[in-house]
Ligand binder design. Sequence first.
Ligand SMILES: [Zn+2]
Length: 369
Amino acid sequence: MAQTMRAARLHAVGEPMRIDQVERPVATGTDVVVHVKACGMVPNLANVLANWETWYPQMPLPPRPAIHGLDPSGVIHQVGDKVVSLKPGDRVYVNPGRFCGACHECSSGRPQACGHWTLGGYFGYNSKSMEMFERYPYGGFCEFMLAPQAQVIKIPDNMTFVQGSRMGYLGTSYAALKKCGPLMGRSLIINGASGTLGVGATLFALAMGIGKIYAIARGEELLSRLKALAPDRIETFSNRTGSSAAFVRARTDGIGADLMLDTLGAKAPLESMLDAMKGVRRGGRIVNIGGTSGDLPVDVKWWMDEQMELIGSVWFTAAEGMEVAGMVKTGVIDLSVMEPMVWPLENINEAISGVASGDGGFTYYAVET
Ligand SMILES: [Zn+2]
């Protein structure tokens, strides 16, 4: 008889999740089953559950009743007969990125550009994502989940499972910074710096040798916490008080910053992004990992004349996740500046409605199974 497990499932939009008993997955081939210990809950989850199908009808959600949960960490429970390099007992994070594994982009180490690119337990990017949800129907809000070996990242002993469940947005920030090129001694605008992506981006940029960060956000209190991370290398500005671009240019002899990362939350105003972009110097590079949406009025003449680079970056590869794990292991990145809030799986609905504490990216949220 098949073994069962507890899983939080969404049966219908607008309803609370229910704790159901469902069949436990079995590992075959190159897949593993992970005993989930913690699963992160990003601030955007409530939007995804309530609004995604209206906001972005082209981006499918997992079929309901659905097991959501973007950022699972846990212990390998079982490995398929073709799995190598992983064994039961390994402490791991499961990268929720799913892809075909066989196309040109996948073979080039760019799975996010695969036509099947999907975030398991969260949402897909086009109709092909439905095939990925069918193969891997488990997010992390359950006791045991199936995962492809290629997306399983070992986490170091000094990283708790709850810290492991913060990996998603850390990896996303790190991958975006890598797309900026070498950071040593350079200057970087982080727009939305006090949010979940922004705080992670600040930690990594400091670790990667950035010379100066211009941290832009709304609230002064969170900005002062951010500045305390490296007072000599971080300058903060509340864009409630004026133009971000004017602030940066006033501090760079009118030239502007070398680089910019946009990390704003879902449906943030385009004006904020556009203003911060104007603070980037000629020949600068702008990478977007935020949730601002809509048509950005970019002057294509400026784009060409000033030789600007505008880059979109989504999520991160397993390789980048391994690099993040390595930086935590060696203490290059200290996650203790961020505090977790944790709920048991049974209280998942309380957790979903409780993720907006006002502490921005200094607090993160997880469900423990
Ligand atoms: Zn592919």
